[in-house]
Design a protein around this ligand. Structure first.
Ligand SMILES: [Ca+2]
Ligand SMILES: [Ca+2]
Ligand SMILES: [Ca+2]
Ligand SMILES: [Ca+2]
Length: 408
């Protein structure tokens, strides 16, 4: 995928706003994508949202910028990201799709995946769970996907894999919402590895040409592939990602140090299929399901702030407890300001210079040292908040208009 958009704003608008609900919508959507110089990316409809028909006018196309509103945050804010303690491997791991080696036996499963919007949504039709471990060379991920009809079609590396049923990995090593990695894989073991400098909603582009040299992946099918005559048990995935490659944009030590936490999430895209003339065919006009390890609150994986926390340890599995992120509440405050700013900017075409203008004031329960401050910058804004950590030290956090969040 080299065809980056000729009209950045339009393509971002399409990407951020459109959920084609019908075949006709999808056809129009594809046309816009082609017109905007962006083809495959627009297929990434599981990172898109809101109503297509209402917003499809040329006026809209000419003026729209990506939305990321306070109502998104309303649905995201109460979601508590899951935590997982990732212990060092107990022995060698062979990437063959078979998860019976000692290291995998020792590693705990994650909870079963839930709907991307949260546990209150419909329970996934099929179960999915994952495991993680690591050694000096690799970060290992395994997954088990219950699936009565294992099927896959894409064989070309860096295809838009979620057009098939897939398993997806998202990794933001330093949790700053920017510079993160994504891997998608189907039951044919075809991989799509990509890098995003920032989320799509903030103007980020997928860098498909980014590669993970030395990436090892394997799948194992418990049943038959692309043969609908039987009922399959499912498929498993085994992945080894070299730390050497993770190091490129990690801004953290690789392999991680004892206790380091990285933001990670897993997603499974599942389409509805029907059987026609002995072959699987996607049921027309049906949206895919997105089942995830740590729910996002909204249908968009590209919100790293809601990914799970993976805490690395050299200790054996079960020896170390997960430590909740002491800065979670200050990060939430800043994300709330970010969303309120985006909504304000959408309406007023300028950034608010104070919390009062944004209608935000009540941050008392987050135990901040003082009310958050907003500074208008040439690029947009920077909001700052300071929190006292349980150990007694203070930590100052910042977020900017593109959702970049960091502490010094
Ligand atoms: Ca294995
Ligand atoms: Ca990052
Ligand atoms: Ca790639
Ligand atoms: Ca089968």
């Amino acid at each position: 995928m080299n065809g980056y958009r000729t009209d950045k704003t339009v393509a971002q608008a399409v990407r951020a706003e459109v959920t084609p609900k019908t075949k006709a919508d999808r056809a129009i959507g594809e046309w816009i994508c082609l017109w905007a110089g962006e083809t495959e990316r627009c297929a990434k409809q599981h990172s898109m949202r809101t109503n297509f028909i209402l917003i499809f006018t040329f006026h809209f196309l000419a003026t729209l910028s990506p939305l990321s509103t306070a109502s998104d945050w309303d649905r995201m804010k109460d979601i508590q990201p899951h935590g997982y303690v990732c212990s060092k491997a107990a022995g060698p791991i062979q990437i063959d799709g078979d998860l019976r080696e000692r290291s995998w036996q020792a590693a705990p499963w994650t909870s079963y995946f839930a709907d991307i919007e949260g546990v209150n949504k419909t329970k996934p039709r099929f179960r999915t769970r994952a495991k993680m471990t690591w050694d000096d060379q690799y970060f290992y991920i395994a997954a088990e996907l219950e699936e009565p009809h294992v099927n896959a079609t894409l064989t070309q590396h860096d295809s838009v894999i979620f057009q098939d049923n897939d398993f997806e990995v998202f990794i933001d090593p330093n949790g700053d919402n920017h510079e993160y990695y994504e891997i998608e894989i189907n039951a044919l073991n075809t991989e799509w590895d990509l890098f995003l400098k920032k989320p799509y909603k903030d103007g980020g582009k997928a860098l498909d040409s980014w590669e993970i040299p030395g990436l090892k992946t394997a799948v194992r099918i418990q049943g038959t592939l692309n043969d609908p005559r039987d009922i399959d048990k499912g498929w498993s995935v085994e992945i080894a990602i070299p730390w050497k490659v993770m190091a490129e944009h990690a801004h953290r030590s690789t392999p991680p140090k004892e206790g380091d936490q990285w933001r990670v999430n897993f997603s499974r895209v599942e389409w509805l299929y029907e059987i026609s003339e002995g072959k699987y065919r996607k049921v027309p006009d049906k949206k895919e399901d997105n089942w995830v390890w740590s729910p996002q609150g909204i249908i968009d994986m590209h919100r790293p702030e809601k990914w799970g926390y993976v805490q690395f340890t050299s200790s054996a599995a079960g020896k170390v407890r997960f430590k909740a992120d002491p800065s979670a509440s200050v990060r939430d405050v800043l994300h709330e300001i970010y969303h309120a700013q985006r909504e304000f900017h959408e309406k007023q075409k300028q950034w608010a210079a104070s919390l009062k203008i944004l209608g935000l004031s009540d941050f008392a329960k987050q135990k901040l040292i003082s009310p958050p401050a907003i500074e208008i910058t040439p690029e947009g804004f920077k909001a700052t908040a300071e929190i006292k950590l349980p150990v007694g030290t203070t930590q100052r956090w910042h977020i900017t208009q593109d959702s970049h969040i960091w502490t010094k």
